[in-house]
Design a protein around this ligand. Structure first.
Ligand code: 4AD
Ligand code: MG
Length: 496
């Protein structure tokens, strides 16, 4: 609290007419944020402030009106009391929810329930009126499905304010964590000629005139006429470039948008999502799991401290045990087991008729989300690392185990979500890597630079990718990934 107050004093400049303003170093005046009013409100009693906000509600009794304003800086609303002495009392008190107001007024102790302070308005300006027809965010609760159709307006709701502030916190804490752990932040390319996952789920990047290509005739495209003179794509992962950077800087991470043209219409898939990808020289799979576990706990600690109001709101409306389950995870040891052990648990559960799966459980096939859910939600009741999957359905770059059958892969599965993190120790033997590439039908020539990393001073190294949106789902209790990114992209939809 003390630190916050000092910060406020540093940021505030008392202008001669008694108003508080935030004074930025470049001399630009901006208004007091409602967040600061709540954290430092008692110190501001009887002081004058200027603020703005969108009205969550406008209530009028005979000669007084109450505006509940929110400016996006925090979860709660500040109550602005307008009495009939206000020059434009009739205009202000007749406005609708959604109207944007700016207010000059005095901070006073509140007589009412539910808030400790409020603003006694001296001057209120209607900044942005709301026309009565067509404004879709009325006071009554609106469904998430409906709000998904108006992503340009939903940031004004309590739910999406909470979600996006948490998204900010998770992103910010990511940089803090990796900086603390001596990882350097790198930016890897968005446009690439490589298919990192070897799964062929790539969006093409081209300047060729597709209308001319689509004349129905099958022709070979002459890439000499294309921008990069070769096939180019949007990246599915920054990993391969991150590996190259790690082979010079030791510990690096990339954090950027990634793109997948997989035709998945699920509540956990987007075609454009953000991924955090650390890569570390000298790390084996256990070091990699330790890093992932510490990272996740760091993020949870950070939001429990920084975003209690957001979490309380989301718990109340979406997931009752949200805070307790986050607290439990931060103090638990994540289970670690091999794919083979996981299959045994699932088979045993089926045999004992504890559960019925839609998809068959069989060694050699990938775990379906219902299997993952059984492990996290029912069997272990917490996060689970599954390691050492069969090579047949894992990416070419994962280190082959001595059994020649499984790879040093790790997936972190978490309750309610399934796979949050996918990672591995990387194959550092050039011959073995080449063989895996051929199996995956990848052209070694395109990846020669990647093979060179094994030829020229290689060292064991590992890394992982965490889907940012899946993490936001986990910490917000949102059950659809389209509700944790501002403008979601998925098959058939690139609106807004
Ligand atoms: O498991 P994935 O495919 O791993 C990689 O891309 C590695 N190259 C990462 C690395 O080792 N550097 O993806 C990593 C994570 C998944 O665990 C999941 O959380 C998320 O990215 N993810 C998606 N999130 C939303 N929509 C999709 N379509 C996603 N595909 C993967
Ligand atoms: Mg994966």
């Amino acid at each position: 609290m003390r630190g916050k107050n000092n910060q406020l004093k540093r940021d505030l400049c008392y202008s001669f007419d008694g108003f508080f303003w935030f004074f930025l170093s470049k001399g630009i005046f901006i208004m007091t944020l409602i967040k600061s009013l709540f954290s430092d409100g008692q110190e501001l009693i009887n002081k004058e402030v200027s603020l703005f906000g969108w009205a969550r509600s406008v209530r009028r009794s005979k000669n007084v009106a109450f505006l509940a304003l929110n400016d996006g800086s925090t979860q709660g609303t500040i109550q602005v009391v307008c009495d009939e002495n206000l020059a434009n009392f009739e205009e202000v008190s007749g406005k609708l929810a959604g109207t944007c107001f700016s207010v000059d007024g005095v901070v006073v102790k509140s007589m009412g329930k539910g808030q400790s302070i409020e603003i006694q308005a001296k001057k209120v300006v209607v900044e942005g009126d709301v026309s009565s027809e067509g404004y879709p965010l009325q006071k009554k609760a609106t469904s998430l499905e409906f709000l998904r159709e108006i992503p340009h307006l939903r940031a004004r709701t309590n739910t999406f304010g909470a979600v996006f502030r948490l998204r900010h916190s998770i992103s910010f804490a990511t940089h803090q964590f990796f900086h603390q752990e001596n990882f350097y932040y790198m930016n890897t390319p968005i446009v690439t000629a490589s298919d990192c996952e070897g799964a062929g789920e790539l969006f093409r990047v081209t300047t060729l005139d597709l209308d001319k290509l689509a004349d129905g005739e099958k022709k070979k495209v002459d890439y000499n006429f294309d921008f990069y003179k070769k096939p180019a794509y949007l990246t599915v992962s920054g990993q391969l470039n991150a590996e190259a950077m790690a082979m010079g800087l030791g510990r690096v991470y990339t954090f950027g948008p990634t793109f997948r043209a997989e035709n998945s219409h699920t509540s956990r898939h987007l075609s454009e999502f953000w991924m955090v990808e650390p890569e570390a020289a000298g790390f084996d799979l256990n070091d990699n799991m330790d890093l992932a576990e510490n990272y996740l706990k760091y993020l949870i600690n950070f939001i429990l401290k920084e975003n209690p109001e957001e979490l309380a709101f989301l718990a109340q409306h979406y997931q009752k045990d949200l805070v307790e389950s986050l607290e439990k995870v931060r103090s638990s040891n994540f289970v670690r087991l091999t794919y083979t052990e996981a299959i045994s648990i699932l088979e045993e559960a089926m045999k004992n008729k504890k559960v019925k799966f839609e998809y068959k459980v069989a060694y050699g096939t990938d775990l379906q989300s219902e299997h993952e859910r059984y492990l996290t939600d029912v069997h272990f009741k917490g996060p689970v690392f599954v390691t050492d999957y069969p090579k047949s359905f894992k990416a070419f770059y994962m280190k082959l185990n001595d059994d020649n059958e499984t790879v040093r892969a790790m997936d972190l599965l978490i309750p309610g979500i399934g796979e949050l993190i996918g990672g591995s120790q990387r194959e550092d033997n050039e011959e073995k890597l080449l063989a895996r590439m051929k199996d995956a039908h990848l052209d070694p020539e395109t990846y020669d630079w990647y093979l060179q990393l094994r030829r020229f001073g290689s060292i064991k190294h590992s890394g992982f990718g965490m889907g940012l949106e899946r993490m936001i789902m986990y910490v917000t209790g949102m059950s659809n990934i389209r509700d944790v990114i501002a403008f979601p992209r998925f098959p058939g939809s690139a609106e807004f």
